[in-house]
Design a binder for this molecule. Structure first.
Ligand code: KG4
Ligand code: ZN
Length: 363
C-alpha cells in the first residue's frame, strides 16, 4: 500500500510517499525557515501563503523521487492536528481534494502521534509487544511531554511542560543571543565548542538543592525560568552574535553560554525521562521531535539508558524535525483497519488528549 502524506502544520511544506508504513520511497521537504527568520519565529499567515505556493511542486517532486505517478498511490494522508490553523488548512484541504479527485481513501493525522511514529519508521522491530510499557519523550518546538505507552497501545500523559516547550526555550534563547532562527541547531553547534560548566543555569522542577519535589511535578517541565536566567546572565555582555553576521564559533564566551544553557535543558529532559522509565518499569525509551536532533541530548540519553539497561529508540534526525514520512507512515496503521475519514475532517489547532497509539503491534 502506497500512501502519499502531506505535512503543513508549521513552516515546512513536506510530502512523502511511504509503502506499508516503513519503506520510504520519497521524503521531500521545502522549508520556509528563511522567510520567517527575519521575524524570529513563524508567522501563521505567511506560512499558509508559502505552503500554497510550494505544495504542487513538492507533490510533483515526491512522486518523481519515488519513481511513481498518482496512479500508484493507494491513499492520501495529511496532518489534521495540532498546528497553526491557516497552515494546517492548506495541506488538509489539498490532501482531501487530491483524494476526492482520485477517489482514494483519506486519513487525517495527529502530528504529535506522527512524531512518535517517526522513531519506528526504520525500526519496526521495536514495535513488538515485549518492548512495552515504553516511556516516550516528545520534544519539539510546540511540545514537551512524557507519555507512557502500554502493551495494548493505550497511553497516558505522564508529564508535560507547564510553560515553554524545550524547542521554544532554544528558539527564544537564540533571540536573546542575537542568533538566527531556529535556535536549536545553532545553539547545538556553538555548544560543541563551549564548556557546559561555565554558568550553572537552574534545573526547574528537579528538586535541586535538597528541596523536595512536589510529587505532581515529578515528570513535569518548566523552561520559562531558564530563559529569564539567560537574559540576566548575558546582561552587559556586548559581543553577542549578530543576526546580520555569520555566527562566530570562535567567540568562546558565546560558546560557553550556549553550552551551559543547552546543558540545563538536556539535564532536565534526561533526568525526568529516566525517572519515568524507572518508576514505570519501562522496557524501552523512545525519543522523538525536533529537539531530539540535539547531539548532546542524544548522547546523554544514550548513556543514561545504557546505565539503566533499557533499550533506547531515537528517531533518526531526518524523522525528528517536521517531515511527511512520519505522516504517510502512521497513516498505514489506520488504512490497514479501514479507519479512514470523510470530507468533513477539519483542521484542529489544539491537541486533543492522546488515548491510543495505533501502531503498537497488538494494539
Ligand atoms: O518537530 P519540529 O520540527 O517542529 C515542531 O513540531 O515544533 O521541532 C522544531 C524545534 C525548533 O524549536 C528547533 O529549534 C528545535 O526543534 N531543534 C533543535 C535542534 N534541531 C531542531 N533543538 C535543539 N538542538 C537541535 N539540534
Ligand atoms: Zn513537529
Amino acid at each position: 500500500m502506497r500512501i502519499l502524506g502531506i505535512e503543513t502544520s508549521c513552516d515546512e511544506t513536506a510530502v512523502a510517499i511511504v509503502e506499508d508504513g516503513h519503506q520510504v520511497l520519497s521524503n521531500v521537504i521545502s522549508s520556509q525557515m528563511a522567510k520567517h527568520a527575519q521575524f524570529g519565529g513563524v508567522i501563521p499567515e505567511l506560512a499558509a501563503r508559502e505552503h500554497l505556493i510550494a505544495i504542487d511542486h513538492v507533490v510533483e517532486q515526491a512522486l518523481k523521487d519515488a519513481n511513481c505517478t498518482l496512479d500508484d498511490i493507494n491513499a492520501v494522508a495529511a496532518t489534521q492536528t495540532p498546528g497553526l490553523l491557516p497552515a494546517l488548512l492548506v495541506g488538509l484541504s489539498y490532501g482531501k481534494g487530491l483524494a476526492a479527485s482520485r477517489q482514494l481513501p483519506f486519513i487525517g493525522i495527529n502530528h504529535f502521534l506522527a512524531h512518535i511514529y517517526g522513531a519506528f519508521i526504520e525500526q519496526p522491530n521495536q514495535l513488538k509487544p515485549e518492548c512495552y510499557p515504553a516511556i516516550a519523550l516528545i520534544v519539539s518546538g510546540g511540545h514537551t511531554a512524557i507519555i507512557k505507552i502500554n502493551r495494548d497501545g493505550s497511553c497516558e500523559l505522564v508529564g508535560q511542560t507547564l510553560d515553554d516547550a524545550a524547542g521554544e526555550a532554544f528558539d527564544k534563547a537564540a533571540k536573546i543571543l542575537n542568533l538566527p532562527y531556529p535556535g536549536g541547531p545553532v545553539i547545538d553547534s556553538l555548544a560543541k565548542e563551549g564548556d557546559p560548566k561555565t554558568i550553572q543555569f537552574p534545573r526547574a522542577l528537579c528538586g535541586a538543592g535538597g528541596t523536595p519535589l512536589k510529587p505532581e511535578n515529578r515528570y513535569n517541565f518548566s523552561f520559562s525560568g531558564v530563559k529569564t536566567s539567560l537574559l540576566y546572565a548575558v546582561k552587559g555582555y556586548e559581543n553577542l552574535g549578530n543576526l546580520d553576521m555569520e555566527v562566530n564559533f570562535e567567540d568562546t564566551e558565546l560558546c560557553n553560554i550556549a553550552a551551559s544553557y543547552q546543558e540545563s535543558i538536556v539535564d532536565v529532559l534526561v533526568k525526568k525521562t529516566l525517572w519515568a522509565a524507572k518508576d514505570y518499569n519501562a522496557n524501552q525509551i523512545v525519543m522523538c521531535g525536533g529537539v531530539a536532533c540535539n547531539s548532546r541530548l542524544r548522547s546523554k540519553m544514550q548513556v543514561a539508558a545504557e546505565e539503566f539497561e533499557v533499550p533506547l529508540v531515537i528517531a533518526p534526525p531526518k524523522y525528528c524535525t517536521d517531515n511527511a514520512a512520519m505522516i504517510a507512515g502512521l497513516a498505514w496503521s489506520y488504512l490497514k483497519n479501514d479507519d479512514v475519514q470523510d470530507w468533513s475532517a477539519d483542521a484542529v489547532p489544539r491537541l486533543g488528549l492522546l488515548k491510543r497509539i495505533p501502531f503498537v503491534k497488538n494494539a
